[in-house]
Design a protein around this ligand. Structure first.
Ligand code: ADP
Length: 490
Protein backbone atom coordinates (compact mmCIF):
# COMPACT_ATOMS: atom_id res chain seq x y z
CA UNK A 1 0.00 0.00 0.00
CA UNK A 2 1.15 3.55 -0.68
CA UNK A 3 0.49 5.95 2.22
CA UNK A 4 1.26 9.65 2.53
CA UNK A 5 1.17 11.16 6.02
CA UNK A 6 0.56 14.88 6.23
CA UNK A 7 1.35 16.21 9.68
CA UNK A 8 2.70 19.18 11.60
CA UNK A 9 5.14 17.01 13.59
CA UNK A 10 7.29 13.92 13.14
CA UNK A 11 9.84 12.66 15.68
CA UNK A 12 12.67 13.31 16.06
CA UNK A 13 12.97 16.05 13.45
CA UNK A 14 10.00 18.22 14.44
CA UNK A 15 8.69 17.17 17.83
CA UNK A 16 6.59 19.00 20.36
CA UNK A 17 4.60 16.11 21.86
CA UNK A 18 3.18 12.63 21.42
CA UNK A 19 1.82 13.42 17.92
CA UNK A 20 5.41 13.40 16.64
CA UNK A 21 6.09 9.96 18.16
CA UNK A 22 2.91 8.52 16.72
CA UNK A 23 3.61 9.76 13.20
CA UNK A 24 7.16 8.39 13.29
CA UNK A 25 6.31 5.11 15.04
CA UNK A 26 3.39 4.28 12.78
CA UNK A 27 5.32 5.16 9.61
CA UNK A 28 8.29 3.05 10.65
CA UNK A 29 6.10 0.02 11.40
CA UNK A 30 4.22 0.37 8.08
CA UNK A 31 7.54 0.60 6.27
CA UNK A 32 8.89 -2.48 8.06
CA UNK A 33 5.89 -4.37 6.74
CA UNK A 34 6.82 -3.42 3.20
CA UNK A 35 4.38 -0.57 2.61
CA UNK A 36 5.49 2.56 0.85
CA UNK A 37 5.28 5.56 3.20
CA UNK A 38 6.06 9.24 2.73
CA UNK A 39 5.66 12.11 5.17
CA UNK A 40 4.90 15.72 4.25
CA UNK A 41 5.89 18.32 6.85
CA UNK A 42 6.37 22.10 6.98
CA UNK A 43 10.01 23.13 6.70
CA UNK A 44 10.36 24.84 10.09
CA UNK A 45 13.50 26.87 10.66
CA UNK A 46 13.75 25.40 14.18
CA UNK A 47 13.68 21.72 13.12
CA UNK A 48 16.40 19.27 14.15
CA UNK A 49 18.30 19.43 10.84
CA UNK A 50 20.92 17.07 12.31
CA UNK A 51 18.23 14.35 12.16
CA UNK A 52 17.74 14.66 8.38
CA UNK A 53 19.98 12.79 5.95
CA UNK A 54 20.61 13.95 2.37
CA UNK A 55 18.39 17.02 2.52
CA UNK A 56 18.02 18.45 -0.99
CA UNK A 57 15.61 20.46 -3.09
CA UNK A 58 13.23 18.15 -4.93
CA UNK A 59 10.76 20.67 -6.41
CA UNK A 60 11.87 24.21 -7.04
CA UNK A 61 8.83 26.29 -7.92
CA UNK A 62 5.65 25.04 -6.34
CA UNK A 63 3.12 27.85 -6.80
CA UNK A 64 0.43 27.32 -4.18
CA UNK A 65 -2.91 29.11 -4.70
CA UNK A 66 -3.51 31.31 -1.67
CA UNK A 67 -5.64 34.32 -0.88
CA UNK A 68 -6.45 35.13 -4.49
CA UNK A 69 -2.81 34.88 -5.57
CA UNK A 70 -0.08 32.28 -5.36
CA UNK A 71 2.80 31.70 -2.95
CA UNK A 72 6.00 30.16 -4.27
CA UNK A 73 7.31 27.24 -2.26
CA UNK A 74 10.41 25.10 -2.41
CA UNK A 75 9.93 21.44 -1.55
CA UNK A 76 12.84 19.63 0.06
CA UNK A 77 13.40 15.91 0.44
CA UNK A 78 15.43 14.03 3.04
CA UNK A 79 15.50 10.83 5.09
CA UNK A 80 14.63 10.91 8.79
CA UNK A 81 15.97 7.64 10.17
CA UNK A 82 15.13 5.90 6.93
CA UNK A 83 11.75 7.58 6.50
CA UNK A 84 11.12 9.54 3.30
CA UNK A 85 10.15 13.09 4.24
CA UNK A 86 9.16 16.10 2.16
CA UNK A 87 9.47 19.56 3.69
CA UNK A 88 7.48 22.48 2.29
CA UNK A 89 9.14 25.87 2.49
CA UNK A 90 6.94 28.83 1.54
CA UNK A 91 8.58 32.07 0.39
CA UNK A 92 6.25 34.81 1.51
CA UNK A 93 6.18 37.86 3.71
CA UNK A 94 4.20 35.94 6.38
CA UNK A 95 7.20 33.67 7.07
CA UNK A 96 4.78 30.92 8.07
CA UNK A 97 7.41 28.48 9.33
CA UNK A 98 10.43 30.74 9.95
CA UNK A 99 9.60 31.89 13.44
CA UNK A 100 11.91 29.99 15.73
CA UNK A 101 9.04 27.90 17.18
CA UNK A 102 6.57 25.31 15.96
CA UNK A 103 3.42 26.75 17.47
CA UNK A 104 2.09 29.66 19.45
CA UNK A 105 1.26 32.36 16.90
CA UNK A 106 -1.89 34.41 16.38
CA UNK A 107 -2.23 33.29 12.73
CA UNK A 108 -1.94 29.59 13.56
CA UNK A 109 -5.02 28.69 11.49
CA UNK A 110 -3.64 30.48 8.41
CA UNK A 111 -0.23 28.81 8.79
CA UNK A 112 -1.61 25.29 8.81
CA UNK A 113 -4.44 25.88 6.35
CA UNK A 114 -1.73 27.06 3.96
CA UNK A 115 0.37 24.00 4.72
CA UNK A 116 -2.62 21.72 4.03
CA UNK A 117 -3.26 23.38 0.68
CA UNK A 118 0.45 23.30 -0.20
CA UNK A 119 0.78 19.59 0.65
CA UNK A 120 -2.09 18.71 -1.69
CA UNK A 121 -0.84 21.04 -4.43
CA UNK A 122 2.55 19.32 -4.21
CA UNK A 123 0.99 15.88 -4.48
CA UNK A 124 -1.12 16.99 -7.41
CA UNK A 125 1.62 18.64 -9.48
CA UNK A 126 4.00 15.71 -8.91
CA UNK A 127 1.32 13.13 -9.75
CA UNK A 128 1.44 11.40 -6.37
CA UNK A 129 -1.56 9.15 -6.04
CA UNK A 130 -1.33 7.35 -2.71
CA UNK A 131 -3.95 4.79 -1.76
CA UNK A 132 -4.40 6.60 1.52
CA UNK A 133 -3.60 10.04 2.85
CA UNK A 134 -3.34 10.04 6.65
CA UNK A 135 -3.76 13.42 8.36
CA UNK A 136 -3.33 14.32 12.03
CA UNK A 137 -5.03 16.78 14.39
CA UNK A 138 -6.56 20.14 13.49
CA UNK A 139 -3.46 21.40 11.70
CA UNK A 140 -4.09 19.11 8.72
CA UNK A 141 -7.83 18.60 9.15
CA UNK A 142 -8.58 20.77 6.08
CA UNK A 143 -6.80 18.28 3.81
CA UNK A 144 -9.83 15.98 3.33
CA UNK A 145 -12.06 19.03 2.69
CA UNK A 146 -9.68 20.48 0.09
CA UNK A 147 -9.13 17.05 -1.46
CA UNK A 148 -12.80 16.39 -1.97
CA UNK A 149 -13.84 19.92 -2.93
CA UNK A 150 -10.90 20.91 -5.15
CA UNK A 151 -8.40 18.18 -5.98
CA UNK A 152 -10.87 15.34 -6.64
CA UNK A 153 -12.01 17.34 -9.67
CA UNK A 154 -8.39 17.63 -10.81
CA UNK A 155 -7.77 13.89 -10.92
CA UNK A 156 -7.32 12.94 -7.27
CA UNK A 157 -10.76 11.43 -6.88
CA UNK A 158 -9.47 7.99 -5.88
CA UNK A 159 -7.47 9.09 -2.87
CA UNK A 160 -8.90 8.17 0.52
CA UNK A 161 -8.26 9.97 3.80
CA UNK A 162 -7.87 8.68 7.35
CA UNK A 163 -7.78 11.48 9.92
CA UNK A 164 -6.54 10.97 13.49
CA UNK A 165 -7.56 13.24 16.36
CA UNK A 166 -4.84 13.17 19.02
CA UNK A 167 -6.28 15.96 21.12
CA UNK A 168 -9.91 17.09 21.11
CA UNK A 169 -9.02 20.29 22.96
CA UNK A 170 -7.58 21.91 19.85
CA UNK A 171 -9.91 21.82 16.87
CA UNK A 172 -8.89 24.72 14.65
CA UNK A 173 -11.74 27.15 15.24
CA UNK A 174 -11.46 30.34 13.20
CA UNK A 175 -13.53 32.99 11.41
CA UNK A 176 -14.98 31.76 8.08
CA UNK A 177 -13.14 34.43 6.07
CA UNK A 178 -10.13 32.12 6.03
CA UNK A 179 -12.06 29.96 3.56
CA UNK A 180 -11.43 32.60 0.86
CA UNK A 181 -7.68 32.29 1.34
CA UNK A 182 -7.76 28.48 1.01
CA UNK A 183 -9.63 28.65 -2.28
CA UNK A 184 -12.73 26.98 -0.85
CA UNK A 185 -14.65 30.27 -0.53
CA UNK A 186 -18.41 30.15 0.12
CA UNK A 187 -18.33 30.79 3.91
CA UNK A 188 -22.12 30.58 4.17
CA UNK A 189 -22.02 27.06 2.63
CA UNK A 190 -19.09 25.64 4.58
CA UNK A 191 -19.98 27.53 7.75
CA UNK A 192 -23.38 25.80 8.03
CA UNK A 193 -23.85 23.81 11.22
CA UNK A 194 -24.12 20.54 9.29
CA UNK A 195 -20.78 21.17 7.59
CA UNK A 196 -17.87 22.98 9.24
CA UNK A 197 -19.83 25.39 11.42
CA UNK A 198 -18.50 25.29 14.97
CA UNK A 199 -20.93 23.76 17.46
CA UNK A 200 -20.32 26.47 20.07
CA UNK A 201 -19.50 29.59 18.06
CA UNK A 202 -22.05 30.18 15.27
CA UNK A 203 -19.69 32.70 13.65
CA UNK A 204 -16.76 30.31 13.29
CA UNK A 205 -15.73 27.32 11.23
CA UNK A 206 -14.10 24.28 12.79
CA UNK A 207 -11.35 22.45 10.87
CA UNK A 208 -11.78 19.23 12.84
CA UNK A 209 -15.48 19.17 12.07
CA UNK A 210 -14.50 19.44 8.43
CA UNK A 211 -12.31 16.35 8.76
CA UNK A 212 -15.12 14.52 10.54
CA UNK A 213 -17.41 15.15 7.64
CA UNK A 214 -15.03 14.77 4.70
CA UNK A 215 -12.48 12.12 5.79
CA UNK A 216 -13.30 8.53 4.91
CA UNK A 217 -12.42 7.42 8.43
CA UNK A 218 -11.61 9.27 11.65
CA UNK A 219 -9.74 7.78 14.56
CA UNK A 220 -8.66 8.88 17.98
CA UNK A 221 -5.83 7.40 20.00
CA UNK A 222 -7.59 4.79 22.14
CA UNK A 223 -10.93 2.93 22.03
CA UNK A 224 -11.94 4.20 25.46
CA UNK A 225 -11.22 7.80 24.50
CA UNK A 226 -13.31 7.28 21.35
CA UNK A 227 -16.18 6.32 23.65
CA UNK A 228 -15.49 9.27 25.99
CA UNK A 229 -15.39 11.70 23.06
CA UNK A 230 -18.85 10.59 21.94
CA UNK A 231 -20.53 10.20 25.30
CA UNK A 232 -18.91 12.68 27.70
CA UNK A 233 -17.61 16.24 27.61
CA UNK A 234 -14.22 14.86 26.43
CA UNK A 235 -15.35 15.44 22.86
CA UNK A 236 -15.14 19.17 23.58
CA UNK A 237 -18.28 20.01 21.64
CA UNK A 238 -17.87 17.35 18.96
CA UNK A 239 -20.02 14.72 20.72
CA UNK A 240 -23.01 15.23 18.45
CA UNK A 241 -21.14 15.28 15.11
CA UNK A 242 -19.14 12.25 16.27
CA UNK A 243 -22.38 10.50 17.01
CA UNK A 244 -23.65 11.30 13.54
CA UNK A 245 -20.44 9.95 11.98
CA UNK A 246 -20.14 6.97 14.29
CA UNK A 247 -19.94 4.47 11.42
CA UNK A 248 -16.61 5.92 10.38
CA UNK A 249 -15.16 6.74 13.80
CA UNK A 250 -13.12 4.54 16.13
CA UNK A 251 -10.22 4.40 18.55
CA UNK A 252 -6.82 2.83 17.90
CA UNK A 253 -4.36 2.73 20.76
CA UNK A 254 -0.89 4.20 20.14
CA UNK A 255 2.18 2.03 20.37
CA UNK A 256 5.57 2.83 21.86
CA UNK A 257 8.90 2.48 20.11
CA UNK A 258 10.17 -0.92 21.27
CA UNK A 259 13.63 -0.21 19.85
CA UNK A 260 14.03 2.86 22.02
CA UNK A 261 12.29 1.47 25.12
CA UNK A 262 13.91 -1.89 25.66
CA UNK A 263 15.34 -2.79 29.10
CA UNK A 264 17.43 -5.57 27.56
CA UNK A 265 19.59 -3.21 25.50
CA UNK A 266 18.86 0.29 26.87
CA UNK A 267 22.24 2.08 27.03
CA UNK A 268 20.78 4.59 29.51
CA UNK A 269 20.31 2.05 32.32
CA UNK A 270 23.16 0.28 34.17
CA UNK A 271 21.64 -3.22 34.53
CA UNK A 272 19.83 -4.84 31.59
CA UNK A 273 16.92 -7.14 32.39
CA UNK A 274 13.86 -8.82 30.88
CA UNK A 275 10.67 -10.50 32.07
CA UNK A 276 12.60 -13.64 33.09
CA UNK A 277 15.22 -11.71 35.04
CA UNK A 278 13.02 -9.03 36.57
CA UNK A 279 14.82 -9.32 39.93
CA UNK A 280 17.85 -7.74 38.21
CA UNK A 281 15.84 -4.53 38.09
CA UNK A 282 17.04 -4.02 41.65
CA UNK A 283 20.44 -2.92 40.28
CA UNK A 284 18.72 -0.02 38.52
CA UNK A 285 16.80 0.84 41.69
CA UNK A 286 20.12 1.17 43.52
CA UNK A 287 21.52 3.32 40.70
CA UNK A 288 18.43 5.55 40.85
CA UNK A 289 18.80 5.97 44.61
CA UNK A 290 22.46 6.86 44.23
CA UNK A 291 21.79 9.35 41.46
CA UNK A 292 19.00 11.10 43.39
CA UNK A 293 20.60 10.73 46.84
CA UNK A 294 17.74 8.71 48.26
CA UNK A 295 18.49 6.60 51.30
CA UNK A 296 18.63 2.85 50.93
CA UNK A 297 15.92 1.86 53.39
CA UNK A 298 14.25 -1.05 51.64
CA UNK A 299 11.23 1.07 50.78
CA UNK A 300 9.27 0.92 47.52
CA UNK A 301 9.76 3.80 45.06
CA UNK A 302 6.70 5.49 43.58
CA UNK A 303 7.39 7.76 40.61
CA UNK A 304 5.76 10.30 38.33
CA UNK A 305 7.30 11.16 34.94
CA UNK A 306 5.42 13.60 32.75
CA UNK A 307 4.20 17.08 32.08
CA UNK A 308 3.05 19.04 35.13
CA UNK A 309 -0.31 19.94 33.64
CA UNK A 310 -3.73 20.08 35.34
CA UNK A 311 -4.75 17.26 32.96
CA UNK A 312 -2.39 14.93 34.81
CA UNK A 313 -4.22 15.23 38.15
CA UNK A 314 -1.63 17.42 39.88
CA UNK A 315 -3.46 17.49 43.22
CA UNK A 316 -3.39 13.68 43.26
CA UNK A 317 0.30 13.55 42.34
CA UNK A 318 0.99 15.88 45.25
CA UNK A 319 -1.22 13.82 47.51
CA UNK A 320 0.63 10.64 46.48
CA UNK A 321 3.94 12.26 47.39
CA UNK A 322 2.86 13.03 50.96
CA UNK A 323 0.99 9.77 51.28
CA UNK A 324 4.14 7.87 50.24
CA UNK A 325 6.26 9.71 52.79
CA UNK A 326 3.72 8.98 55.51
CA UNK A 327 3.56 5.30 54.56
CA UNK A 328 7.23 4.31 54.48
CA UNK A 329 7.64 4.65 50.74
CA UNK A 330 9.85 6.86 48.57
CA UNK A 331 8.72 9.27 45.87
CA UNK A 332 10.46 10.52 42.73
CA UNK A 333 9.07 13.13 40.34
CA UNK A 334 10.42 14.21 36.96
CA UNK A 335 8.36 16.82 35.18
CA UNK A 336 8.13 20.29 33.80
CA UNK A 337 5.20 22.65 33.95
CA UNK A 338 3.25 23.93 30.98
CA UNK A 339 2.44 27.04 33.02
CA UNK A 340 4.90 29.14 34.95
CA UNK A 341 2.77 29.12 38.10
CA UNK A 342 2.65 25.32 38.20
CA UNK A 343 6.38 25.10 37.66
CA UNK A 344 6.96 27.55 40.49
CA UNK A 345 4.61 25.63 42.73
CA UNK A 346 6.55 22.40 42.26
CA UNK A 347 9.91 24.18 42.64
CA UNK A 348 8.64 25.48 45.95
CA UNK A 349 7.62 21.98 46.98
CA UNK A 350 11.06 20.71 45.96
CA UNK A 351 12.70 23.28 48.22
CA UNK A 352 10.42 22.37 51.08
CA UNK A 353 11.39 18.70 50.77
CA UNK A 354 15.01 19.23 49.87
CA UNK A 355 16.44 17.48 52.92
CA UNK A 356 14.04 14.57 52.88
CA UNK A 357 16.04 11.39 52.10
CA UNK A 358 12.90 9.63 50.80
CA UNK A 359 11.95 11.89 47.95
CA UNK A 360 13.37 13.77 45.02
CA UNK A 361 11.68 16.24 42.67
CA UNK A 362 13.41 17.06 39.40
CA UNK A 363 11.77 19.96 37.58
CA UNK A 364 12.75 19.94 33.92
CA UNK A 365 12.95 17.62 30.92
CA UNK A 366 15.56 14.88 31.15
CA UNK A 367 15.34 11.92 28.77
CA UNK A 368 18.26 10.06 30.42
CA UNK A 369 16.83 10.34 33.92
CA UNK A 370 13.41 9.27 32.60
CA UNK A 371 14.93 5.95 31.42
CA UNK A 372 16.56 5.37 34.82
CA UNK A 373 13.32 6.15 36.66
CA UNK A 374 11.29 3.76 34.49
CA UNK A 375 13.94 1.08 35.07
CA UNK A 376 14.49 1.70 38.78
CA UNK A 377 11.10 2.63 40.28
CA UNK A 378 8.63 0.04 41.57
CA UNK A 379 5.50 1.99 40.63
CA UNK A 380 4.53 4.79 38.27
CA UNK A 381 1.47 6.84 39.18
CA UNK A 382 -0.80 8.40 36.54
CA UNK A 383 -3.88 9.88 38.23
CA UNK A 384 -4.90 11.76 35.04
CA UNK A 385 -8.21 13.58 34.86
CA UNK A 386 -8.22 12.74 31.18
CA UNK A 387 -5.70 10.89 29.01
CA UNK A 388 -6.43 10.28 25.30
CA UNK A 389 -3.85 7.47 25.19
CA UNK A 390 -0.87 7.96 27.51
CA UNK A 391 2.56 6.55 26.78
CA UNK A 392 4.18 6.62 30.22
CA UNK A 393 2.12 3.67 31.51
CA UNK A 394 3.16 1.57 28.52
CA UNK A 395 6.82 2.47 28.98
CA UNK A 396 6.56 1.65 32.69
CA UNK A 397 5.07 -1.76 31.89
CA UNK A 398 7.93 -2.47 29.48
CA UNK A 399 10.38 -1.82 32.34
CA UNK A 400 8.61 -3.94 34.96
CA UNK A 401 7.37 -0.84 36.78
CA UNK A 402 3.81 -1.31 37.92
CA UNK A 403 1.41 1.45 36.83
CA UNK A 404 -1.16 2.90 39.23
CA UNK A 405 -3.65 4.75 37.03
CA UNK A 406 -7.06 6.34 36.98
CA UNK A 407 -9.48 4.52 34.69
CA UNK A 408 -9.77 7.05 31.85
CA UNK A 409 -8.95 7.17 28.13
CA UNK A 410 -6.07 4.99 27.01
CA UNK A 411 -5.15 4.18 30.62
CA UNK A 412 -8.36 2.14 30.88
CA UNK A 413 -7.42 0.29 27.68
CA UNK A 414 -3.90 -0.65 28.73
CA UNK A 415 -3.82 -1.16 32.52
CA UNK A 416 -5.85 -3.93 34.14
CA UNK A 417 -6.28 -4.07 37.89
CA UNK A 418 -4.53 -6.88 39.74
CA UNK A 419 -7.46 -7.41 42.13
CA UNK A 420 -10.58 -6.43 40.18
CA UNK A 421 -10.72 -6.82 36.42
CA UNK A 422 -12.76 -8.61 33.79
CA UNK A 423 -9.45 -9.82 32.37
CA UNK A 424 -8.03 -13.19 33.48
CA UNK A 425 -5.45 -12.96 36.27
CA UNK A 426 -2.64 -13.73 33.82
CA UNK A 427 -3.36 -10.52 31.88
CA UNK A 428 -3.56 -8.14 34.83
CA UNK A 429 -0.72 -5.68 35.01
CA UNK A 430 -1.32 -2.81 37.46
CA UNK A 431 -3.65 -0.99 39.80
CA UNK A 432 -6.64 1.07 38.70
CA UNK A 433 -8.94 3.49 40.50
CA UNK A 434 -12.04 5.34 39.33
CA UNK A 435 -12.57 8.50 41.33
CA UNK A 436 -10.20 11.44 41.02
CA UNK A 437 -10.07 12.06 44.76
CA UNK A 438 -7.88 11.14 47.73
CA UNK A 439 -9.93 8.08 48.69
CA UNK A 440 -9.82 6.83 45.10
CA UNK A 441 -6.07 6.95 44.67
CA UNK A 442 -5.37 5.82 48.24
CA UNK A 443 -7.40 2.66 47.70
CA UNK A 444 -5.11 1.76 44.79
CA UNK A 445 -1.92 2.85 46.60
CA UNK A 446 -2.77 0.73 49.65
CA UNK A 447 -3.39 -2.36 47.56
CA UNK A 448 -0.22 -1.76 45.52
CA UNK A 449 2.10 -1.32 48.50
CA UNK A 450 0.35 -4.18 50.30
CA UNK A 451 1.29 -6.56 47.50
CA UNK A 452 4.87 -5.20 47.36
CA UNK A 453 5.34 -5.74 51.11
CA UNK A 454 3.31 -8.84 51.87
CA UNK A 455 3.61 -10.91 48.71
CA UNK A 456 6.93 -10.17 46.98
CA UNK A 457 6.72 -13.28 44.82
CA UNK A 458 3.31 -12.26 43.52
CA UNK A 459 4.60 -8.74 42.99
CA UNK A 460 7.41 -10.12 40.79
CA UNK A 461 4.79 -12.06 38.85
CA UNK A 462 2.79 -8.88 38.33
CA UNK A 463 5.92 -7.08 37.10
CA UNK A 464 6.77 -9.88 34.70
CA UNK A 465 3.20 -10.00 33.39
CA UNK A 466 3.40 -6.28 32.66
CA UNK A 467 6.67 -6.76 30.82
CA UNK A 468 5.12 -9.45 28.64
CA UNK A 469 2.29 -7.17 27.42
CA UNK A 470 2.78 -6.13 23.81
CA UNK A 471 2.35 -2.36 23.48
CA UNK A 472 4.60 -2.04 20.45
CA UNK A 473 3.32 -0.69 17.13
CA UNK A 474 2.65 -4.24 15.89
CA UNK A 475 -1.08 -4.37 16.69
CA UNK A 476 -1.90 -0.65 16.27
CA UNK A 477 -0.25 -0.60 12.83
CA UNK A 478 -2.37 -3.61 11.84
CA UNK A 479 -5.50 -1.77 13.02
CA UNK A 480 -4.57 1.25 10.89
CA UNK A 481 -3.95 -1.06 7.92
CA UNK A 482 -7.41 -2.54 8.45
CA UNK A 483 -8.86 0.98 8.38
CA UNK A 484 -6.90 1.82 5.22
CA UNK A 485 -8.16 -1.37 3.57
CA UNK A 486 -11.70 -0.64 4.64
CA UNK A 487 -11.73 2.86 3.15
CA UNK A 488 -9.93 1.81 -0.03
CA UNK A 489 -12.58 -0.75 -0.89
CA UNK A 490 -15.67 1.21 -0.02
P1 ADP B 1 1.54 13.55 27.11
O1 ADP B 1 1.62 13.21 25.65
O2 ADP B 1 0.19 13.99 27.58
O3 ADP B 1 2.61 14.48 27.55
P2 ADP B 1 2.24 10.75 27.48
O4 ADP B 1 2.25 9.85 28.66
O5 ADP B 1 1.42 10.32 26.31
O6 ADP B 1 1.81 12.20 27.96
O7 ADP B 1 3.73 10.94 26.94
C1 ADP B 1 4.70 11.62 27.65
C2 ADP B 1 6.07 11.17 27.19
O8 ADP B 1 7.01 12.21 27.47
C3 ADP B 1 6.58 9.95 27.94
O9 ADP B 1 7.44 9.25 27.07
C4 ADP B 1 7.37 10.54 29.10
O10 ADP B 1 8.38 9.67 29.55
C5 ADP B 1 7.97 11.77 28.43
N1 ADP B 1 8.19 12.89 29.36
C6 ADP B 1 7.26 13.74 29.83
N2 ADP B 1 7.83 14.64 30.67
C7 ADP B 1 9.13 14.34 30.72
C8 ADP B 1 10.26 14.92 31.41
N3 ADP B 1 10.12 15.97 32.20
N4 ADP B 1 11.49 14.37 31.21
C9 ADP B 1 11.62 13.29 30.40
N5 ADP B 1 10.60 12.71 29.72
C10 ADP B 1 9.38 13.22 29.88
Amino acid sequence: MYVVMIASECAPVAKVGGLADVVFGLCRELQLRGHSVEVVLPKYDCMRYDQIWGLQVTYENLWVPWDGGRIRCTVWFGFVHGLKCFFIEPHSFQHFFDRGAYYGFSDEAQRFAFFSRAALEFMWVTGKKPDVIHTHDWQTALVPVLLYEIYAGLGMGDQRVCHTIHNFRHQGVVGPDLLWATGLGRPEYYGARDRMGDEQDPDAINFTKGALLYANFVTTVSPHHAWEARHTDQGCGLGHPLHEQQRKFGGIINGIDYAMWNPEIDPLIPVPFNADTVAAKEGNTQALRERLLLRDAGRPILAYVGRLDPQKGLHLIRHTLFWALANDAQFVLLGSGSERAIDADFRHLKQELNDNPDCHLEIGFDENLAHLIYAGADFVVMPSLWEPCGLAQMIALRYGTVPIVRACGGLADTVFDWDHSLRPQSQRNGFVFEHADHEGIESALRRALGLWREAPALFRELQAQGMRCDYSWRLPAQSYLDVYDFIRHR
